[in-house]
Design a protein. Structure first.
Length: 115
């Protein structure tokens, strides 16, 4: 199982980014996919999750209203659209696939919000 994040980069405050997480070696359509982030010197924190088959989404209070998680099961990819970015959103963003017996992480994609 391999998870590969992409889409991170440098963005100005107030800007937007869309992160992607492509999953290979596993059909993830039945499982919860999540995004986490870890800022320098801080613990990794949960950002958002999307479930199947309900499609239910949940968000951390710190990003609610600014972030949208979505998935394309045909492409085995989950997305994180982030708007109105703030300096405090600067972190390495990771996606996570959680099955009944295992959890799998990607290598992360860095996001820097700075002018």
């Amino acid at each position: 199982v391999q998870l590969v994040e992409s889409g991170g980069g440098l963005v100005q405050p107030g800007g937007s980014l869309r992160l992607s997480c492509a999953v290979s070696g596993f059909t993830f359509s039945r499982y919860v996919m999540s995004w986490f982030r870890q800022a320098s010197g801080k613990e990794r924190e949960w950002v958002a999750a999307i479930s199947e088959p309900s499609g239910r989404t949940d968000y951390a209070d710190s990003v609610k209203g600014r972030v949208t998680i979505s998935r394309d099961n045909g492409k085995n990819t989950v997305y994180l659209r982030m708007n109105s970015l703030k300096a405090e959103d600067t972190a390495v963003y990771y996606c996570k696939l959680e099955t009944i017996s295992n959890s799998y992480w990607g290598q992360g994609t860095p996001v820097t919000v700075s002018s």
